[in-house]
Design a binder for this molecule. Sequence first.
Ligand code: NAP
Ligand code: G3H
Length: 493
Amino acid sequence: MFFDRIFDINDKKERVYKRYLNGEWIDGNDEGQTLAIKSPIDGSLVGRIPAMSREEVDEAIASTKDSLQAWAEMPIYERAEIFYAAADLFEKHLDEMAEVLVQEVAKDLASARSEIERTADFLRYTADVGKSMAGEAISGDNFPGGTRNKISYVTRVPLGTVLAISPFNYPVNLAMSKIAPALIGGNTVILKPATQGAISSLHLVEILNRAGLPTGVLNTVTGRGSEIGDYVVTHKGINFINFTGSTEVGRHISKISEMVPLLLELGGKDAAVVLPDADLDFAANNIVSGAFSYSGQRCTAVKRILVQEEVADALAEKLKARVEKLNVGDPWKNAAVVPLIDDKSADFVQGLVDDALNKGAELLTGNKREKNLFYPTLLDHVTKDMEIAWEEPFGPVLPIIRIKSVEEAIEIANASEYGLQSSVFTNNINQAFYIANHLEVGTVQINNKTERGPDHFPFLGVKASGMGTQGVKYSIEAMTRPKAMVVNIQKID
Ligand code: NAP
Ligand code: G3H
């Protein structure tokens, strides 16, 4: 089997995954400390991953340093060939990869397959962009007092070792969206995947390994962020941190990392603004899919509706009808609403719903729970004093906030600490652009649900939603720096 070398089977017949160092899969630390990864679907053991020691982290980072120069000097064309080979392998092993994702993070099978296909596309596109990256030559006489005898020849060079920290909800795609741009830019990479999601991420690493990635260019660090995270983040060998995850952890990382450049993609509270002239069926379809797919465990999920009072009843009715038709429960049967990643997450969602109901919100549907499976929940008449108006639930609950005017929509949208994306549903293009201009977010989707892709678009959050910009070209730029060589032409006598 293709992935056999990434784990051993212990005497209890459990899969014990290894760490990837210098192009080899090796056993975890001498003390054999592991973390049990259980499926959110039924609590069954998916496998064990190494809880790595500090010494092992040192070893992983040192190995990336040893490999840096050779990798940075390898022609981009050759680096790109490895990416094309890896993309083909993702497609060849789509079924196995998707099955691991379903088991480990309870993503529905269709979305799991699409995450793998998207990753293959991402690799090919990154290789193409890498190959077409060109430097520039700037003449000195463009600036006052300059001279044509001075030319700056500018190329982009790698930063060194990039620490890629990925979240649980896209363990393959959001890991690769850091790894591939970092590598094509000539950096080496330490991957610290989310603990729940690490097994899927280790499969990704094996694909890059088998595609021919040179040894030491990518190494893994596994273990709980709360235990090993600070050590890796503050390690002197790390030259760039590319983090996707919660605002809480992102803030913490930005406090403890000193003089190390960061790219942070964090939480969101994306609003869908619905104006009276919008096509309400179209808006309702988009909002329900945007809010509830993968149980709302997406940074870009629609997390609140700001609808003008004139059409609020009609929209609420349409939303309720669609939410009640959602397929709930089994990720293997492509349910949109699947068990949440753990019980704690379901408790958090329950707390937000209880708070809203205690303060007078109207329950249109849902508020039913079986362990970590939270049924899709729609709340109407949500007001600003309720936590659900501001908190990111990362679960299948959608609040409707009724507004009186466009100005009130803008005010409430911008009052959030977050600033990832927003949607505006209207047939009036002037209104759409007026609102879009005034929203404090990275991206405004006009007549569409909020979403990250396509992956070559810039993707960024402002305020507590992040720092820096992702997207193939933007990510490569973030993880490289300009290097200028100035030619000073001497006058010939
Ligand atoms: P999380 O709890 O913040 O974890 C993210 C990653 O950080 C995991 O790999 C985690 O490892 C690691 N980590 C935790 N503490 C750390 C520390 N002290 N130092 C270094 N790393 C540490 O987030 P999550 O629950 O996986 O993901 C959900 C959140 O991510 C949501 O808020 C969502 O909005 C956000 N998100 C944002 C985007 C975006 O692009 N804006 C995309 C996806 C998700 P462990 O798993 O071992 O704790
Ligand atoms: O969870 C955050 C992801 O970046 C969202 O990506 O909009 O493609 O689901 P997506």
